[in-house]
Structures are given as structure tokens and as C-alpha cells.
Design a protein around this ligand. Structure first.
Ligand code: THU
Length: 147
């Protein structure tokens, strides 16, 4: 897995060069490998209406699903920043990563003292993965995320 980590961090660094981040000036790149060996990269894309900004991790995952279809799963995902300063995935991205992960999926990012590797379940303990949808007729259906 160390080879994959090095390769994904390298690809994330290349992807961050494409970042559109004129407002925060904080370029983020991401790269992932799917369970069947495909690679996808992406970057953050900001907007003058700040809340419309889309993070590097999510853009990369949405590329993966758009290209490979709904059953694609992430084997590992890395993120990097322009200044190579510590940056962990935001909460929203953690939830999206989880949606397309397996119990083995790993996430690599720079912590305070170098790159760290996390299992997705440890990035989002107590994650929202299931709810009861109650219909108008009172019927109840359990909705679960793909993991
Ligand atoms: N950003 C990401 O792309 N991923 C994260 O996990 C954290 C934040 C971006 C969003 C915004 O363009 C910039 O970093 C500053 O928040």
C-alpha cells in the first residue's frame, strides 16, 4: 500500500495545479484508485458565491462515478495542498468518501507531522449511513448507504 500512497500523493500534487481557487488561494488536489485499479484525479473548484465551492475530494469521486458507474468503490484516496501544509478532508467530503468506500478503504493526507493513513470508519465515527423513511401511508422503509 505504500507504493499506492506515494503514487496517489504525487498525482494529487499534479491535480492541485489545476485548482480554481482565486478566493481562498488554497489549492487542493486529490487522487484515488478504485478497487479495480482505475485512477481518477481532481481539484477544488471555487465560486464567487462561496458556498457553491466544490472540494477536490468530492470532484474526484464524482468523476469516478460519472465514468465508472454507481458500483465503483474507492480503494484509496489521497489529498494534497499547494503549500504542502496539513489538510484533512472536510466533514462533507468524509461523508461522500464513506458512501463509496469499503471497510478496507484508506485515505492519505498530510497531518501535523507528515502524511497519515486513515481507515474511513475512523475519519467519521458514528456516520450517517441509515434512516427510516416513513411514507404518507405510514409504511416504513429502511434506507442505507452503499457501504
Ligand atoms: N477544500 C478542499 O478542496 N477539500 C477539503 O477537504 C478542505 C477544503 C477546499 C475548499 C476551498 O476551495 C478551499 O479548500 C478553502 O476552504
Amino acid at each position: 500500500m505504500e507504493d499506492i500512497q506515494t503514487k496517489l500523493i504525487d498525482l494529487a500534487k499534479k491535480a492541485q495545479e489545476k485548482s480554481y481557487s482565486p478566493y481562498s488561494k488554497f489549492a487542493v488536489g486529490a487522487a484515488l484508485i478504485t478497487q479495480d485499479g482505475s485512477i481518477f484525479t481532481g481539484c477544488n473548484v471555487e465560486n464567487i458565491s462561496y458556498g457553491l465551492t466544490s472540494c477536490g475530494e468530492r470532484n474526484t469521486i464524482f468523476k469516478m462515478i460519472s465514468e465508472k458507474g454507481p458500483n465503483a468503490k474507492i480503494k484509496a484516496l489521497a489529498l494534497s495542498t499547494k503549500a504542502d501544509i496539513p489538510c484533512s478532508p472536510c466533514g462533507a467530503c468524509r461523508q461522500v468518501i464513506l458512501e463509496f468506500s469499503t471497510p478496507e478503504t484508506l485515505v492519505f493526507f498530510k497531518g501535523k507531522s507528515g502524511y497519515v493513513s486513515y481507515a474511513v470508519k475512523d475519519l467519521l465515527p458514528g456516520a450517517f449511513t441509515e434512516f427510516e423513511a416513513v411514507g404518507h401511508d405510514g409504511s416504513s422503509t429502511t434506507i442505507q448507504s452503499g457501504i
